[in-house]
Every structure is written in C-alpha cells, then in structure tokens.
Ligand binder design. Structure first.
Ligand code: 3HC
Length: 311
C-alpha cells in the first residue's frame, strides 16, 4: 500500500519532474543522492591537486593564468556540490571529515601523478572531456539542486576541455620531444579516463535504481562509448594515437570495439592503493588543518555579530 507521499513522489518521477528539497522523498533516494553528490564534490576538490602541481611551473604567464582559473573553477564546483548535498541534510563538517578520514570516495582519476606539463593537456582533454560526457546528462537529474549545479559546472567544463586540447595541439606542433611528451601523457591518462565512468553496467550496483529515479540518464558503458566516439576524431586532429590497438568502430553493433579495461587497477585505486591516493589525502588533511584558524576566526566573528545585534 503506497502512502500519499510515496504516490506523489512516484508521480513526479513518472512525469520526469524535479524533486525539490522540501518535497517528500524516500530515504534511499536521499541517501543515494548524498552519496553521489558528496563524492562528486570531493572529486572536484581533490581534482585541484594534480593541476596545482604545475601552477608554479607553467611554461608561460598565459598558461599559468589559465591553469589558475581552472583550479579555482574546480574549487567552486566543489562548493556548489557540497551546498547541493547540504540541502539533503548532509553537513559540510561530516562530509569533510569523511573525506579526510579516508572513508569517502572520490573519482579514481585523481589518484595518478602529473610528471610533465603535457599532463595538464591530457587532463583537460581527457578527464574534463569525460566529465562533460558524464555531467551533461546530470543537468537533467531529477533532484533540482543537483541538476541546477550541473548547468553552471558544465559551462565551465567546456572551457577546461578546450584549453587541454589546445595545450596538446601546441605540443604536437612542437619539437619531436614535445610530441613524445604529449603522446606519453595521452598513453597514461586514456585508460584511467575510461574508468572514470564507473564499472561495466553488469557490475554496477547503483545504476538500475539511479536510472529508475532519473538520476542517472545513461548507463556507465553508454557514456564510455559516447566519450570514445568524441575522442577518435579529436585524436586524429591532434595527431595523437589512442593507446588501444583493438579500438575500431564495429558497424554491425554500432559501437566501438576496444581492448578489455583493467578493472583490477580500478578496484586497487578505489581501495586506496593507487599511485597517489595517500598523497592526495595527506595534502587535503594538511589544507584542512592549515585552514582551522580561518574557520575559528569566522565562527568567533559570527558569534560577536550575533551578540552585537542582540544588544
Ligand atoms: N571513482 C571512484 N569511485 C567510483 C568510480 C570512479 N571513477 N566509478 C564508480 N565508483 C564507485 C561508485 O561510487 C560506487 O560505489 P559506492 O556505492 O560506494 O558509491 C561503485 O563504484 C559502483 O559504481 P556504480 O556504477 O554502481 O555507482 P554510480 O551509479 O554512482 O555511478 C558514477 C558512478 C558514474 C561516477 C556516478 O556516481 C556519477 O555520475 N557521479 C557524478 C559524477 C562524478 O562524480 N564525476 C567525478 C569526476 S570528477 C570531475 O568531474 C571533475 C572535473 O572537473 C574534472
């Protein structure tokens, strides 16, 4: 027997309407949104680190300014997403504590090192490119605050992807050493970027329910295919080779045939045993500790303001 609240929620979902913070929602809907949105927010914040590594070493003032703008954007994306999660009752302190304690997930992709400048191009082109494929459908997610945060984020992601493509294009038009550096970065980031979309559909425990609730609009494998379809012509334009000798368009099935993805590596990274997991959390913990005085000052100031207005 469904209650009137459940019936109303089911009707809103069936009519593909938005669920807003004050609407009744099943606890499981709230929980899976806090799960996904907080992890998305953590990913944006941790995602600042690989690129921050090159802000002081960018090859020109122009590149330095662009990279700083991109890293600042990621911080803002984290802010929008933490705020969206807070509309569901999650608190910033709990989410931050879970991340710092190593209890929260964030995107696997940010656990890889950025040894050369070409990594800034590969991250923009591949990681932000994958993010766009994943985030554009999320602009139509059933939960209002999440969908609206995505609209703003997607606008900034396209700039992130374009500047990455341009870095690689400049390197591919450079010396043989620069071309090798660009190809090396593409070789290192291609497979982890495919893993960003999540496990294969038949190993994705959250997908069915997430799609039934209009949170996830396309499956992990569908978006992975869409991403590869976007990459192939762009790789040709760049003159880089995608590191998969099996990659070819399978006309009969209307999809890209590719080499098997190494899901063992994916699960190792998710278990915290990726190349940079420990460093990312150490750095995030350090930033949180360094920022304690700002939070204390803000709290003290707010308390003084509250007293002043009472007097
Ligand atoms: N990294 C870490 N964990 C991942 C993952 C990845 N790339 N892909 C899947 N997982 C986790 C899931 O969180 C889930 O674990 P959980 O139940 O403990 O949360 C488990 O693996 C099984 O995966 P599912 O497919 O069942 O999980 P979802 O239905 O949540 O799908 C997802 C995974 C597609 C990543 C989905 O959560 C999603 O769309 N999230 C929002 C997008 C996002 O987080 N993007 C991160 C990229 S960061 C970014 O975009 C920054 C940009 O500016 C560069």
């Amino acid at each position: 027997e469904t209650t009137p609240d459940e019936a109303q929620f089911d009707d809103l979902i069936a009519r593909d309407e938005r669920i807003e913070p004050r609407d009744w929602m099943p606890d499981a809907y709230r929980r899976t949104l806090v799960r996904q949105i907080s992890q998305h927010a953590h990913s944006e914040i941790i995602g600042m680190q690989p690129e921050a590594n090159w802000i002081t070493r960018a090859p020109s003032l122009k590149r330095k300014a662009i990279l700083m703008a991109k890293v600042q954007d990621e911080a803002g994306h984290g802010l929008y997403l933490y705020s969206a999660a807070q509309t569901l009752g999650a608190t910033r302190d709990d989410m931050t504590e879970a991340l710092i304690a190593g209890r929260a997930r964030y995107s696997s992709i940010f656990n890889y090192p950025t040894p050369t400048w070409a990594d800034m191009g590969a991250i923009g082109w591949l990681v932000d490119g994958a993010a766009i494929c994943n985030q554009v459908p999320l602009c139509r997610a059933s939960y209002g605050p999440y969908a609206r945060a995505m609209v703003r984020i997607c606008k900034e992601e396209s700039f992130h992807q374009r500047q990455g493509f341009e870095i690689l294009l400049e390197l591919m038009r450079g010396t043989p050493a620069q071309q090798r550096m660009a190809q090396d970065a593409v070789d290192r980031w291609y497979w982890p970027a495919l893993q960003m979309f999540g496990p294969p559909d038949d190993e994705s425990p959250n997908s069915a329910q997430s799609m039934a609730w209009n949170i996830k609009r396309f499956s992990n494998d569908e978006l992975r295919q869409r991403f590869v379809g976007m990459l192939v012509p762009q790789a040709e334009a760049l003159g880089v080779t995608l590191p998969d000798p099996e990659l070819r368009y399978d006309e009969a099935n209307g999809c890209y045939a590719m080499s098997p993805i190494d899901w063992t590596e994916f699960h190792e990274v998710l278990a915290g045993r990726g190349p940079m997991n420990a460093e990312r959390l150490r750095r995030r913990r350090e930033a949180h500790e360094n920022g304690a005085w700002v939070r204390e000052a803000a709290t003290a100031y707010a308390a003084k303001q509250a007293t002043a207005t009472r007097e």
